[in-house]
Design a protein around this ligand. Structure first.
Ligand code: GTP
Ligand code: MG
Length: 207
């Protein structure tokens, strides 16, 4: 898919105030610092569209970016960031779970996982939560430029094993990406394009 336009539309901390147009959206979620905002910049070929930082906790709000005038990419705050106060943390922040629970425009989430680390409890828990909430999702492994090919294969295999042990019937669709090297860009965009085509062609679509 070709990206012709990508523009920031709005930030907020209230899922009910997100744009109300009936168009599909795709949200990036994952631990702080995993590379959610960087991936949005990589996919859209823009350096500074989403704000990134080497320090965790940079993205604090729900950010909507309109792509090609007819769908949204959504950048979310990370989870598992220790500096968020214990009271507001409750594992996953309420406005984030509100977003996933209520957002009918959300057609797929992407759970981002740093390819360098073995499967972590918090990520498996978040996927469990998405499953229970009936939110479709794919996995995006990030920072693939930091590890060798063999290591990538063994880390993906470790994830598959842990998900199956967690009672998933199969591993969801997954992508291996690097925002540094633009790895996986076409694959992620084509995946979104396929879903969009289905939605745009279906006159009865529920969004
Ligand atoms: P929060 O907004 O804090 O939740 O973080 P985030 O998930 O949006 O991460 P962000 O995109 O801000 O990136 C965090 C750090 O990781 C930055 O220093 C990025 O430059 C770096 N980074 C992101 N993606 C990649 C990648 O593919 N390769 C490498 N080497 N570094 C990356
Ligand atoms: Mg961010």
């Amino acid at each position: 898919m070709k990206i012709n336009t990508a523009e920031f539309v709005v930030s907020n901390s209230d899922a009910s105030k997100c744009p109300n147009e009936p168009i599909p959206e795709y949200a990036f979620i994952g631990r702080s610092n995993v590379g959610k905002s960087s991936l949005i910049n990589m996919l859209t070929n823009q350096k500074y569209l989403a704000k990134t930082s080497s320090k965790p906790g940079k993205t604090q709000l729900i950010n909507h970016f309109k792509i090609n005038l007819n769908w949204y990419l959504v950048d979310l705050p990370g989870y598992g960031y220790a500096k968020v106060s214990k009271k507001t943390k409750s594992t996953f922040q309420k406005f984030i779970t509100d977003y996933f629970d209520k957002r009918r425009q959300l057609v797929s989430a992407f759970v981002l996982i740093d390819i360098r680390h073995e499967a972590q409890k918090i990520d498996l828990e978040f996927m469990q939560y998405l499953g229970e909430s009936a939110v479709p999702f794919a996995i995006i492994f990030t920072k693939a430029d930091k590890v060798g090919k063999q290591k990538i294969a063994s880390l993906v295999a470790d994830y598959r094993k842990k998900m199956l042990a967690d009672n998933w019937e199969e591993m969801p669709p997954y992508f291996v990406t690097s925002s540094e090297h633009k790895t996986g860009r076409e694959e992620v965009l084509d995946y979104i394009d396929e879903i969009n085509k289905d939605i745009f062609q279906n006159q009865n679509n529920p969004i």
